[in-house]
Design a protein around this ligand. Structure first.
Ligand code: TYD
Ligand code: MG
Length: 492
C-alpha cells in the first residue's frame, strides 16, 4: 500500500471501481480517509455535484447517480467562494407600487381557447413552451393562432426547422392563415434566427421546434440536452431584452417528458401541453405551468379538415345523441382543470365462451374498472365474472378523476341488467371498496353545467348538494351503490 495518490479519483478518469465506491458512499456517511495523504488539493475538495440535478457524491463518477446524465459532475469548491465585487445595476430598485406593469399585460392572440389557457394572451418578453407528441397538431394550432394574432396588427415571425417554408405555406393556405404580417423562415441555425429577428423586429416569435435549432458555439448534437438548453436560454435572453413574446415548440418523448429533460420547463414562463387521441378530433390544451395565469386551465380544440379550431362549448363532443335511452350509458360531469365537461360513459356486458372473459376500456383506467366491477359483484350481486365487459367514453376524452366512478358503475350495472337509466340523468361520486359513495369536489359547478346542457336529474353523494344551488335539477342523494341503483331505477 504505497500508493501516494489521494482517494479522490482524477476528474478525467472513470473506472467501474470508482463508480461503485461513490454510489455506495453517500455524503452523510463519514468520508473515507485519504490513503497516506496530506495532499492540498484533495483535502480542499468537498466532493462533486451534478450540474443537471444537484446530486452530490464524494468521488467523481462519469455518470450521475440520480439523473443518469454522462459527464455532468463538477467539483464543488472546498472553501466558500469569495464574494464578487459590487457591479453596475441594470435598473435601480423601486418601490413595488411604482413598477410599470404595462409591459407584463397579456396581448390576446385572437384564439379564444388559447388565450384562456395562457391567462389572457401572450405577454411581451415571456417564453411559452408548447409540448406534445409528434403529429398531435402543434404546428397546425400555432399557424392558425398566429394568423389571428397577425390580424390584430402584431408582427409574427415563424421559424420552421422541421418543414420547408413551402410546406408551411401550403398548410397555412389550407387553414386560411395567410397574412402579410406573418413572416416565415426555414432555419436550423440560431445565428440565422437572430438575423431574422433583427430584420423582422417581431412582436411574436415562434420556433418550431426547439429540437431542430442548433447553437453554433455549443457542443453536442442538435436536439440533445445541451443544445436544447443553450438554444432555449439564448432565445429567452433575447426575448426578455427585446420584449417580444416567444413560443417554443417541443416534442415529448414516449414517456411523456419534454425531450431535453425537464430543464426547459424550469427555464420558460409557461408550459402548455397539447394532448388527445390521434383517432379522435378532440385536442385538449393544458397549462402545466403558468407565471401569468392559472395553471389548471384547459382549452378544447377540434382537429378538422381545415385546421384546429377552438371549441368554446365542447359538450356535444362527449355525449352521443341517441334517439331514446339505451341500456349501458350514463352521463357524468368531469372537471378538467376548472372546466366542467359533460361526458358520457358507455358499457357493454356480453356473454363469453372464454375462461378468462375480456375487460377492455378506453378513456377510463383499467385497474379502476377492475375495482368497480368487484364492488358491483360483491355489494349488489351483479353477474360479471363470467361475462365480457367493455367500457369507454364518448369522443375520446379521458376520465381520470374518481368522481366519475358512480357513472361508470351505473353504466355497467345498466348494461348488465339491460335497463336504461331515465333520460337526462347524470351521476357524480367516488365509490369506496365497501360500496359507499364518497363526496366529490365542485358539485355546484358540475350541477350548473349539467342544468345548462339540459340534464334533468342528478344522482350525487349524500350531503354534497346540501349547500349548493340545484339549478332546477331533481337531485337525489345516495350513500351507497345499492341506493344509487335504486335512484337510477336499475334493479339489482
Ligand atoms: P401537425 O400540426 O403537423 O402536428 P405536430 O406539429 O404536432 O407534429 O399535425 C399533423 C396532423 O394533423 C396530421 O396527421 C394531419 C392533421 N391535420 C388535420 O387533420 N387537419 C389540418 O387542417 C391539418 C393542417 C393537419
Ligand atoms: Mg410540427
Amino acid at each position: 500500500m504505497s500508493d501516494p495518490r489521494p482517494s479522490v479519483a482524477p476528474m478525467t478518469r472513470f473506472t467501474p471501481e470508482s463508480s461503485t465506491a461513490a454510489t455506495s458512499a453517500p455524503l452523510s456517511s463519514p468520508a473515507p480517509k485519504p490513503r497516506g495523504a496530506t495532499l492540498g488539493k484533495a483535502n480542499k475538495t468537498q466532493g462533486y455535484r451534478c450540474v443537471e440535478c444537484g446530486w452530490q457524491t464524494v468521488k467523481w463518477v462519469g455518470r450521475c447517480g440520480e439523473c443518469q446524465q454522462w459527464g455532468s459532475l463538477q467539483e464543488m469548491g472546498g472553501a466558500t467562494a469569495s464574494l464578487p465585487q459590487p457591479g453596475l445595476v441594470t435598473t435601480a430598485a423601486v418601490p413595488i407600487a411604482h413598477v410599470a406593469a404595462e409591459d407584463a399585460r397579456a396581448m390576446p392572440t385572437g384564439n379564444t381557447e388559447l388565450d384562456r389557457v395562457l391567462g389572457g394572451g401572450l405577454v411581451a418578453g415571456s417564453v411559452t413552451l408548447l409540448a406534445g407528441e409528434p403529429g398531435i397538431g402543434k404546428s397546425t394550432l400555432l399557424i392558425s393562432a398566429l394568423a389571428s394574432c397577425a390580424r390584430t396588427g402584431a408582427r409574427v415571425l415563424y421559424i420552421t426547422g422541421e418543414e420547408s417554408a413551402a410546406q408551411v405555406k401550403l398548410r397555412a393556405e389550407r387553414v386560411d392563415a395567410l397574412d402579410p404580417q406573418l413572416f416565415l423562415a426555414a432555419e436550423t441555425d440560431l445565428g440565422a434566427v437572430l438575423a431574422h429577428i433583427d430584420a423582422v423586429q417581431p412582436d411574436v416569435l415562434v420556433v418550431d421546434s426547439i429540437q431542430t435549432l442548433g447553437h453554433p458555439l455549443v457542443d453536442g448534437v442538435v436536439g440533445g440536452v445541451n443544445q436544447v438548453r443553450e438554444v432555449a436560454s439564448a432565445l429567452i435572453r433575447i426575448a426578455k431584452t427585446r420584449g417580444f413574446a416567444c413560443l417554443l415548440v417541443g416534442h415529448v418523448t414516449k414517456e411523456g417528458a419534454i425531450a431535453g429533460p425537464r430543464v426547459l420547463e424550469h427555464l420558460v414562463d409557461t408550459v402548455l401541453h397539447i394532448e388527445g387521441d390521434r383517432h379522435t378530433r378532440l385536442r385538449l390544451l393544458r397549462a402545466v405551468k403558468n407565471r401569468f395565469g392559472a395553471a389548471d386551465e384547459v382549452g378544447c380544440f377540434e382537429m378538422g379538415e381545415n385546421g384546429m379550431w377552438a371549441v368554446a362549448d365542447p359538450h356535444g363532443l362527449f355525449v352521443s345523441r341517441l334517439p331514446e335511452p339505451v341500456a349501458g350509458t350514463c352521463v357524468t360531469v368531469a372537471l378538467e382543470g376548472r372546466r366542467p365537461l359533460l361526458v358520457e360513459v358507455q358499457a357493454l356486458v356480453a356473454a363469453t365462451a372464454s375462461a378468462a372473459p375480456r375487460r377492455a376500456t378506453q378513456g377510463v383506467d383499467g385497474s379502476r374498472i377492475a375495482m368497480l366491477l368487484a364492488v358491483l359483484e360483491r355489494r349488489v350481486g351483479a353477474r360479471l365474472a363470467d361475462r365480457e365487459v367493455y367500457v369507454s367514453t364518448v369522443g375520446g376524452v379521458r376520465l381520470g378523476e374518481p368522481a366519475s366512478d358512480l357513472a361508470v358503475a351505473l353504466a355497467v350495472a345498466s348494461a348488465s341488467w339491460q335497463q336504461p337509466l331515465p333520460e337526462g340523468t347524470l351521476a357524480l361520486g367516488e365509490i369506496g371498496l365497501a360500496g359507499e359513495i364518497r363526496n366529490v369536489v365542485g358539485v355546484g359547478k358540475r350541477l350548473a353545467e349539467a342544468a345548462r346542457l339540459g340534464m334533468r336529474r342528478a344522482i350525487v353523494p349524500t350531503g354534497s348538494a346540501r349547500d349548493v344551488d340545484h339549478c332546477g335539477l331533481a337531485v337525489v342523494e345516495v350513500c351507497d351503490v345499492r341506493d344509487a341503483l335504486a335512484a337510477a331505477r336499475v334493479d339489482g
